[in-house]
Design a protein around this ligand. Structure first.
Ligand code: ACM
Length: 532
């Protein structure tokens, strides 16, 4: 080729490449803009995204005379719905300054929010609801009171963000766009976990986190109650578990524990928000706090020293000693008596100091103890690989290894560390958290689906765990949980086919002021909140 022709060819090729790149980028940008316009138009900032949202003409505006009406199919149900109405009132009164009088068993006549299970359809399931807003008022209908509780979270999010303030806000029109929403969750299990063993968090902190999570329709909180660094639940037969085993934490701070009364109070507070507390006693590894409390749990009969570092895999219960199983049975019995959840989490992870055959024997035997007390065992992988573990146990899958669970048809809770761990840093600049499973930016946390890891029919749902090796305060905890928990709530609630990062991002951005007004110390990701 002549050099002049070659030059033209190179120039033409360059122009072509530049044009294609420009076209692709402008299309991506346009797609983002289109989605933003859609989100704007439907005024739908709701997270998790409802299954079905139909816009109508007009709006309903709350005022000082707006009343909340309640009616169930039975008196008992009406009483339960009244409690839900009181909760709604608690959330709407501080910022509006309105009273929201609750009226029982009457049919409303306008300017009202009507919460009812009358004519609620069974196909809505326990958590589904139908929310109709017209210029006259709001009708929220569900098959069960639980569905009404999920539905009032949607009402809160349809109101202006100032609704989340704790002081009276004037000059805001408290209106909701006229619309019909039909909604129900994709998965029955939508949880998060707090490790209260590595760092202890008192009752009021846990309750605050429960109340925050409830607005995103989260329905499970798993409490990781025991680990090498601390035992956090009072066991009356073994007081030293908490007196000694609960006396410190990572870094050597004073630690702490929940009395059984405090634990019951957390359970009740969560139940009032339709959140189930799942207790975990991690074993046979992650047990140094127990080994430090009682000599009889150790081969030499002597108590181990307390541990305040962050290594894992060095401790084990004696799997061939009957005293171990008597101890476990006593612990399971006491916790089961104060824990209404049908689940009991028996740990089973990182038992690196337990021989595989001993581990298999141990988890098989403990799963039977748990079932003896009427509970369904949950265990971290590799619990599924033990021969005696079958489909009556649930796998909490944190590594990408669940072949045995698939073969055995075990139900699974998906918590893949590289996607769902709330303690992983967002990026290299994140001041706390760990990075052994990689960074988890907000987009990565949102952009996956449990069916990437397990067959749909075996997936019970998802859970995002917050391990607390280097998370020591409530502020740090919130920074790691928020805003990622919103994405996890949507993965659990909204079908995969309705989820899209670009559109989600618009809704997430609008949640910022709400979280701020509530006082949540969320991570203000620059790619979402550009001006924060
Ligand atoms: C785990 O992260 N050790 C379950």
């Amino acid at each position: 080729m002549k050099s002049k022709n070659k030059k033209y060819l190179i120039i033409t090729l360059c122009i072509l490449v530049i044009s294609i790149v420009t076209l692709v980028f402008s299309n991506i940008k346009k797609e983002d803009e289109d989605l933003a316009v859609i989100a704007e138009k439907v005024n739908n900032t709701i997270i998790p995204k409802p299954l079905n949202y139909k816009e109508a003409e007009g709006k309903f505006t709350l005022n000082k005379d707006t009343k909340i009406y309640v009616k169930g199919n039975t008196e008992e149900e009406t009483t339960e719905i009244t409690k839900i109405a009181e909760y709604l009132k608690e959330k709407l009164s501080p910022s509006t300054g309105y009273e929201f009088t609750i009226v029982k068993n009457e049919v409303p006549s306008g300017n009202s929010i009507y919460l009812t299970t009358v004519e609620g359809k069974e196909e809505m399931g326990n958590e589904g609801y139908e929310l109709t807003t017209t210029v006259d008022g709001i009708i929220l209908k569900a098959y069960k009171p639980e569905g009404l509780f999920r539905g009032i979270q949607t009402i809160r999010q349809l109101l202006p963000a100032e609704i989340a303030k704790s002081n009276i806000v004037n000059n805001v029109e408290w209106s909701i766009p006229a619309s019909t929403i039909n909604d129900k969750p994709e998965y029955p299990y939508r949880g998060f976990m707090i490790d209260v063993a590595r760092h202890f968090f008192p009752e009021d902190v846990i309750k605050q986190q429960i109340d925050y999570a409830a607005q995103y329709k989260i329905n499970r909180l798993h409490l990781h109650l025991t680990d090498d660094q601390g035992w956090r639940i009072e066991i009356k037969k073994y007081p030293d578990l908490t007196l000694i085993g609960g006396s410190t934490q990572v870094g050597g701070g004073p630690g702490g524990y929940y009395t059984q009364e405090q634990f019951k109070s957390i359970v009740q507070y969560a139940a009032d928000r339709y959140i189930e507390i799942i207790p975990e006693v991690d074993m046979p590894g992650h047990t140094n706090a127990a080994l430090a409390s009682y000599g009889f749990l150790n081969p030499d009969g002597k108590k181990k020293p307390l541990y305040t570092g962050i290594d894992v895999g060095f401790s084990t219960l004696m799997t061939d000693n009957e005293k171990t199983y008597e101890f476990i049975e006593d612990v399971v019995k006491e916790i089961s008596a104060i824990s209404p959840s049908k689940y009991f989490h028996m740990g089973g992870d990182e038992a690196d100091s337990t021989k595989k055959e001993d581990y298999d024997y141990f988890v098989g035997r403990v799963s039977k103890i748990v079932q003896k007390y009427g509970k369904t065992p949950i265990g971290w992988d590799p619990i599924d690989t033990a021969p005696e573990i079958n489909s009556s146990t649930i796998l909490q899958n944190w590594k990408d290894s669940n072949e045995a669970a698939r073969e055995k048809n075990m139900n699974m809770i998906i918590s893949i560390a590289s996607k769902a761990y709330l303690d992983m840093k967002y990026n290299s600049a994140t001041p706390y958290g760990l990075d052994w499973a990689g960074y988890i930016p907000v987009e990565t946390a949102y952009n996956w689906d449990p069916t990437d890891y397990a067959p749909r029919n075996l997936v019970l749902g998802i859970e995002s765990p917050l391990w607390t090796e280097n998370i020591a305060t409530e502020d740090e905890m919130e920074f790691m949980i928020y805003p990622r928990l919103l994405g996890y709530s949507e993965i659990g609630w909204t079908p995969k086919s309705s989820r899209n990062w670009s559109e989600y991002k618009v809704r997430l951005e609008r949640q910022g002021p709400r979280m701020e007004n509530e006082g949540i110390n969320y991570y203000k990701d620059k790619s979402i909140w550009k001006n924060k």
